[in-house]
Design a binder for this molecule. Structure first.
Ligand code: ADP
Ligand code: ZN
Ligand code: MG
Length: 480
């Protein structure tokens, strides 16, 4: 029997505030353990939380960017459970009255578009971190670092609208891009600032009721998300096919064995004894504040993408690539503003620039070539001062030396030779040296033209204008 997978995601994103959500401690990652703590985030007696306004504004920004309804009043709630990394014995979260309600994000996945409903977005605090490894006494004790306790998070919950691991991964990727684009989250999955829990069930195709779901916790890469879902879907189908039932539980992805393993049986909301947080007032957000959040949004990826297609005539592929991050989009705009034609700017950014950044493990912000510098190089190609293979060489030299394209071309005598008189001799020499290809060309095997042109390029140290050589060569071959 064919089955359909049903997937809903819960994504935790750390908000880019300087301080924690209920106290003034720093949120900076990587500090020595337990140096960013105070009575409030440690839950010491008598300490009272004070809500960070900036955290609310960032959560609102995420809400409006995802087209969500904003709730005029939301309420913090205590989620009670014991775990050593949770010093208060409860997490301050939001429960039945979250800050942000329903919305939608449409994402591209392969050749189709998926509209994924956002159920809600709520604000909460992060827990601390248990350290099981790397310390001298790790074999007989667990150490605790509370620096992360109280760091502001949003949890974004989706509707069970996803139907495949590939779509889920595309959604997570594009949601991440959106959060980074609007300055809400740094997108750093290795440091744990963005994590995903995946809920998944299977049902026979055509069935409208949902199957029993399993939750796989804490997936911190797109690949793990996809692999965990693929494994889990297969496991569930095997169970159902062999007449067994899927048990509702909470699982972990084990990279070492490429399997999901059960962590605990699923807890229910009532296990957490949620109740309204008595130490914090409800959050009232008036229409003006929502409007300010909306006004403050930058142009969003989808709008930017459409504009690139309309304004510059770029293909949908190019426009999508150039809006994968705001940095790329803004860089493209800067190269074009410095005078480069859009298509050439797009090709250089997605080609040579992307490849070189990737090889050196850098991001655009660290590029030794500026947007104006790249526009200068493109200009030399456009004006046919250099040909495109020389341009790649010049790009490399710009990268390592920081010099301008013009300076490099002048110093190296790299300007291309377009003068027909200067090239005619080289063409004649090549023709004389290669009688066999010449004969083949004249016998109708015109493919050999490429070889002959290549010989002239070689003879001129790559500086000949390929267009001029082509024309001269054709003329010479067809003359006889
Ligand atoms: P819970 O009560 O277990 O927290 P929720 O209804 O709040 O469950 O949903 C949590 C997440 O699980 C949401 O992302 C939702 O879309 C997803 N989800 C709910 N039911 C299913 C299901 N049967 N199969 C797959 N995902 C589901
Ligand atoms: Zn603190
Ligand atoms: Mg729930």
């Amino acid at each position: 029997m064919p089955y359909q997978a049903v997937i809903g995601l819960e994504i935790h994103a750390q908000l880019l505030t300087a301080t924690k959500v209920f106290c003034g401690c720093s949120t900076r990652f990587g500090a020595p353990p337990n140096t960013h703590i105070c009575p409030v985030c440690l839950g010491l007696p008598g300490a009272l939380p004070v809500l960070n306004r900036q955290a609310v504004d960032l959560a609102l920004r995420a809400g409006v960017a995802l087209g969500c309804a904003i709730n005029a009043r939301s309420v913090f709630a205590r989620k009670n459970y014991f775990y050593p990394d949770l010093p208060k014995g409860y997490q301050i979260s939001q429960y039945d009255q979250p800050l942000v309600g329903r919305g939608e994000l449409r994402v591209a996945s392969g050749d189709h578009t998926v509209a994924v409903g956002i159920t809600r977005i709520h604000l909460e605090e992060d827990a601390g971190k248990s350290l099981h490894e790397g310390l001298a006494d790790a074999s007989d004790r667990t150490s605790l670092d509370y620096n992360r306790a109280g760091v502001p998070l949003i949890e974004i919950v989706t509707e069970p609208d996803l139907r495949s691991p590939a779509d889920a991964s595309a959604f997570f990727e594009q949601l991440r891009a959106m959060l980074v684009w609007i300055g809400v989250n740094d997108g750093n999955m290795d440091e744990g600032s963005l994590r995903c829990d995946a809920n998944v069930s299977v049902r026979p195709v055509g069935e409208s009721r949902l199957g029993t779901k399993v939750e796989v916790k804490n997936l911190n890469s797109f690949r793990y998300l996809r692999q965990a879902l693929e494994y889990e879907i297969e496991r569930q189908i095997d169970l159902v096919d062999s007449g067994q039932r899927v048990e509702q539980d909470t699982r972990l992805w084990d990279q070492a064995t490429s399997r999901t393993i059960t962590m605990r049986s699923k807890e229910d909301a009532h296990d957490y004894r949620y109740f309204p947080e008595p130490d914090l007032a409800p959050v009232d957000v008036d229409a003006a504040r929502v409007e300010r959040a909306r006004q403050a949004l930058p142009e969003l990826p989808a709008a930017r993408r459409d504009r690139l297609m309309v304004e510059f005539g770029l293909s949908s592929y190019d426009a999508t690539e150039l809006t994968r991050s705001r940095e790329t989009g803004d860089w493209f705009a800067a190269v074009v503003a410095a005078g480069a034609p859009a298509k050439a700017a797009a090709n250089w950014l997605m080609g040579e620039m992307a490849r070189t950044l990737n090889d050196s493990g850098l991001s655009l912000a660290d590029s030794p070539i500026s947007a104006a510098g790249l526009a200068g190089l493109i200009d030399l190609v456009e004006r046919r001062v250099i040909n495109s293979s020389t341009a790649k060489e010049v790009f490399e030299k710009m990268w390592t030396s920081g010099a301008t394209a013009t300076a490099i071309v002048d110093a190296g005598g790299l300007a291309q030779i377009s003068d027909e008189g200067a090239l005619a001799a080289a063409v004649d020499q090549v023709l004389a040296a290669h009688p066999e290809p010449v004969r083949q060309y004249r016998a109708g095997q015109t493919k050999v033209l490429g070889f002959l042109v290549g010989q002239v390029m070689k003879a001129t140290g790559g500086k000949a204008s390929p267009a001029v050589v082509n024309a001269l060569m054709r003329r010479a071959l067809e003359r006889a």
